[in-house]
Each structure stands twice: as C-alpha cells, then as structure tokens.
Ligand binder design. Structure first.
Ligand code: AMP
Ligand code: ZN
Ligand code: ZN
Length: 308
C-alpha cells in the first residue's frame, strides 16, 4: 500500500480512514490530531505549566513526548501505588524517559506514605481499580494545586473514552455520561484536566511510540485483568474489525451531540463541588473519598501521614 499523501510505502495502516501513511506523514497525522484536540477544547497554551501524569505505559509517555516536542512547558508526575514489581518497573520507565527528555519527574510514593493499593482496597471493601482511581485523581489534583500547575494532562485515548462511554450507557449512568469530556474545567480547588490523546486509538499510539523509540512498559497493570473496562474495549475492537470507524463514530458523535442531548434539562446539574473539611480538596460530600479511604488505615492501626 502507498502512503495516502506521497509515493512512499505506507508503514502504518489506518483502516478507519481506509488508507495508510509513510513514517513522516503518520507522525504528521498524529501531531495534527493532538493539535486539533488542544485547539477545539482550548486545553492549554504555551504559557501554561502542564503536569503530565505518567504511568510508564505507552499512552502517557507518548503524550509527554508529543507535548514536549511541540514546545509545551511540561513536568511529569508518577504515583507509586505499590503494585509490586509492576510499580517498580513503571517508575523505572518513567524516570528514564524523563532523563532522556531532560524534564523533571515528580514522584509521589503513595505506597510508602500510606499503604499499597491492594491493602487499602481490602480494608475499604472497594475494588482495586476504584481504590486506585480515587488515589490517582486525588494526587493529580493535589500536586497540581500545591505546585502551581495550570493544567493536569492524562494519556486517555479514544479506546479508553469509547469504552467508558459504552460502560456508562450500558448502566444508564446518565450523570456520568453528561460529565464525560476530554476537558474538565477548573473550579474552586480543582485544576483543569485534559486528555489531549482522545482523538487517537491505542493502536495509533503504539505506532507513534514505536516510530519514536519510546521505551515504555508493555506489561498491563496486573490489577486490571478481567475488569469491565477491558471487556468493553475488546467488544468495541471486535465491532471495529467488522465495521471500521464505528469506535470513532460512537465517541465523536457523542461529543458533537452532547449539548443537544442534554439541553432540555434531562439531567440535573449537580451543585459545584464543596471542599473536604479535612484536607480542603474538592468533593461532593463533606469529607472526600480519599480521606474516607485513609480513615480505614487509621482504624486498622496504621496511621498515614495527615495530608497537609
Ligand atoms: P489508567 O487509569 O491506568 O487507564 O490510566 C489513565 C491515565 O492516568 C494514564 O494515561 C496516565 O496519564 C495516568 N496514570 C495512570 N497511572 C498513573 C500513575 N501511577 N502515576 C501517574 N499517572 C498515572
Ligand atoms: Zn507519505
Ligand atoms: Zn479530604
């Protein structure tokens, strides 16, 4: 197959566009998708300080790579969740990547300061993944707030967002559907959050990472095995194989139509977040989910450091 834009041989097939690109034009296509995402949602500008949350995996290191190459002011954030060898290997990848691009990586050693995720999940009777989600969201915001970052960026891609939308619709969690967006604006105590890779699939990100020799951790998080998120991704990929472009259409049409869908007040807007009376971070109740989680540790006899 020839490149869609020149005479060179295509090295990356793009079934959803019914075409392929050579190396140069693939990288151009990729960067254009990121630029389009940033522009359409007014995510950030070159004056902003960006906190890029990196897990050591391909999505987040690719995100850091592309933002850094595009001249944005970036700093990485890695949260060590204490998932055995997986967390150690993830940290190594994040550290060596940061060294390679000569950018600072902030590391929060959650496992050492508090507990490992599995133990916290068992104590609180939450699933591993939801416990992990609470902890990550909390530190993304807290570090950004305390260190004066303008924006928090994560590596969520089209597959992540389409799978999440499917999950929310299957359970008719309309309020979650309404809130799902590549951009969560800042509010009191809440730093703006963005997902600049939302226009790109996992496969396209893997190609970009390969072409740019990004050394990422290939292993998936051992706690994510069998989770519904992975099942929905797999189902969407099977549909995509039969009918290329469906995943893209499903999520992009949702974004296009969301305002119309919810313009009749079908979903009540929740009040603005209040601030946790213990740690001062935003929450929907009096005490935030993170403080409630760490209460389990206190009750179990292991007192975590009180958040400042
Ligand atoms: P996940 O929730 O694992 O699908 O990850 C979604 C995004 O969250 C990644 O693309 C990263 O931007 C960020 N992320 C995940 N794990 C970590 C971590 N341990 N430290 C910092 N950021 C993370
Ligand atoms: Zn070309
Ligand atoms: Zn709190």
């Amino acid at each position: 197959m020839k490149c869609r834009l020149c005479d060179s041989t295509a090295i990356a097939a793009l079934p959803r566009h019914n075409s392929g690109f050579c190396r140069t034009h693939f990288i151009e296509f990729f960067q254009k998708q990121v630029r389009k995402a940033i522009r359409k949602y007014a995510m950030f500008s070159r004056k902003d300080r960006l906190l890029v949350c990196v897990s050591g995996g391909k999505d987040s290191l690719t995100l850091w790579h592309v933002l850094n190459e595009s001249g944005y002011d970036t700093t990485g954030l890695y949260i060590d969740l204490g998932i055995g060898g997986y967390s150690r290997a993830s940290l190594e990848k994040a550290e060596s990547f940061a060294e390679g691009i000569k950018r600072e990586l902030i590391v929060v050693d959650f496992a050492r300061e508090y507990a490992d995720i599995k133990r916290l999940a068992a104590l609180s009777k939450r699933t591993d993944c939801s416990t992990c989600g609470v902890v990550k969201r909390y530190f993304f915001n807290r570090v950004a707030l305390e260190q004066g970052f303008d924006v928090v960026a994560t590596g969520h891609n089209l597959d992540d967002e389409a799978a999440r939308l499917l999950g929310n619709i299957l359970r008719w969690q309309i309020d979650l559907v309404r809130k799902q967006s590549p951009l969560l604006d800042s509010d009191e105590g809440l730093v703006k959050k963005v997902k600049p890779l939302f226009r790109l699939t996992e496969q396209e990100i893997a190609i970009y990472a390969f072409l740019n020799r990004i050394d990422y951790l290939r292993e998936e998080c051992p706690m994510s095995r069998g989770t519904t998120g992975l099942i929905y991704k797999d189902i969407l990929n099977r549909i995509e194989l039969e009918s290329p472009g469906t995943k893209h259409f499903f999520y992009f049409q949702f974004l296009e139509r969301r305002d119309d869908l919810f313009s009749d007040g079908a979903v009540e807007r929740k009040d603005r977040p209040s601030l946790c009376r213990r740690c001062g971070m935003p929450c929907s109740e009096q005490v935030c989910a993170f403080c409630r989680l760490t209460d389990y540790l206190k009750r179990s006899g292991q007192t975590p450091d009180e958040p400042a």
